[in-house]
Structure formats: structure tokens, C-alpha cells
Design a protein. Structure first.
Length: 81
């Protein structure tokens, strides 16, 4: 896939939508050289249908926290037997 032009984006229908809270359309957008995920929901308002949008940096992914390594030698003094 070739790089997206700056200040442009793309949205495609979300075929994996399982809940109303999931976006109707998903895609990506590039702004000032930075890439973002783009989500859109079709909503209805007083003046008709519209799209509500959300943008999230592509680097923003949930961090998996790993517990700090434990030195077993330090624990030996804490064991009462």
C-alpha cells in the first residue's frame, strides 16, 4: 500500500460492526505528515443525517503493563522457614 497524501484520508464501511457503539465507517487520515485512525458514525439530527467523527493517533495503542522482575534472592530473607 502506498503512502497516503498529506492532508487527505479515506473511510470505508465497517464490515465488522457488532454494536451500535462501533463506528459505521473506519479509515485513516494524514495531517502534517502524522498518521491517524479515523472513525465515523452516521447520526440523525434536526437538520437531517450527519457524520460524527473521531480521530486517534496511530501510535496510541494500549500499553501492556508487565510486572517488574522479581529477584528471588531478595525474597529469601522474607520467607519464615
Amino acid at each position: 500500500m502506498k503512502p497516503q497524501k498529506d492532508m487527505s484520508g479515506i473511510l470505508s464501511k465497517n464490515d465488522k460492526k457488532e454494536k451500535d457503539s462501533h463506528p459505521d465507517y473506519k479509515g485513516s487520515i494524514t495531517v502534517d505528515g502524522e498518521e491517524y485512525w479515523l472513525s465515523a458514525w452516521i447520526k440523525k439530527g434536526e437538520r437531517g443525517a450527519f457524520m460524527s467523527l473521531a480521530v486517534k493517533p496511530k501510535e496510541a495503542r494500549p500499553q501492556v503493563k508487565t510486572p517488574p522482575a522479581t529477584n528471588m534472592a531478595d525474597m529469601a530473607d522474607d520467607i519464615p522457614f
